[in-house]
Design a protein around this ligand. Sequence first.
Ligand code: PMP
Length: 444
Amino acid sequence: MNDIPNSIEARDRAYQLHPLVDLRKHETTGSLVIDRGEGVYVFDIEGKRYFEGLAGLWSVAVGFGEKRLAEVAKAQMEKLPYYHIFSHKTHGPSVELAEKLIQMAPVPMSKVHFTSSGSEANDLVVKLCWYRSNALGRPDKKKIIGRVKGYHGVTIAAGSITGLARNHASFDLPLDRMRHTNCPDYGSAALPGESEAAFSKRMADDLEKLILEEGPDTVAAFFGEPVMASGGVYVPPENYWQEIQRVLKKYDILLVADEVITGFGRTGNMFGCQTYGIKPDVMVISKQMASSYMPIAGILMSEDFYAPIADESSRLGVFGHGYTASGHPVATAVALENLKIIEERDLLGNCRARSPGFIAHLDELSRHERVKTWRGVGLLGALELHPTGEPGEAGAAMAAAALEEGVIARAVGDAFCLCPPLIITEAEIDEMFAAVGRALDRLG
Ligand code: PMP
């Protein structure tokens, strides 16, 4: 026996290590216990309803409580709860999902490999870039360039590409092969009078300078989210991706599009790459692929990326990589059904139809005295607050005030981020922003 009170909250504090908190503070503050979900709402253990303004972690596209996903999971659990894809084995759901993704891809893609998380997927892409450079007889072409405020996960390589100090400090990251170029934050980094196009050109010039300093023959790949999300929602300015791609092409550097948040409809197209004219060599996907009902992520790679890797594995006699849960039958079956729902309910169409209202609300709230500016595209946005005291203080106060008003959302520094489920209705958008407006007023 122990003396831990028998509540979920108390046992959580006693036993669970939590991300993105001050762990010592958490020992006394604890967690809000979420008990169930329905549509765009979740309910805490006391039955209080909250608007899920971040769709969980930018991921629950079809909303909470979608019965079709539960039914598919149950059926697959009963038929084949687990199997793997090692050593010449496979199973139907993983094949069907891989085929579907190849068909959906915005550029010709050749192979898919599934992982359980976005971090793992990005780590794998790094490994494959290194493997591929060795295969091509370019053993020095190994450096990876990410961006300041970019987010690609927290495992050792992915965490190194992430450009956020909070994910590096005391973890001995980043790894020494990783570099970071500037964040395309036009709103605060543009020079007086600088147009978006001129700013984008300057960002590309900065990238080119970094590549030349490092030596183009040492740089393997550039990783970027089509829209930077977890770092605070930074929408690329006009021509940004065209300029970046021009530089990468010039120096034969691979482009990895991290679509973990932007994939499957968030920006109004199936992929962020379509919204911004990005032609990636590799795409990383997760979150809305299964609406996070199951842990699943994956990578899609072009034939040109795949071929040297395949040749190298033949030379070595085996491809020495694999995860127990890669292509997990329940996760892939749920993802397939989730993609069917996204298509059948035309959630891309809903995103496009709801986006102007969503953006108009952001714009309107940006006139509030507490708000400096807004950023957004599709159903992904942020209100950048005027700083008060320490960086992040205003954001944290806003997230707390929003919670009081019944909206769960995420503050990144002083950016208050919103990313509601793609099923959201016009009335629900109005309801969410009314509460966000009241939260701003609460800040006084
Ligand atoms: N890439 C991007 C763009 C992400 O937003 C995230 C998670 N927010 C990840 C990778 C990491 O995914 P995971 O948390 O599943 O490891």
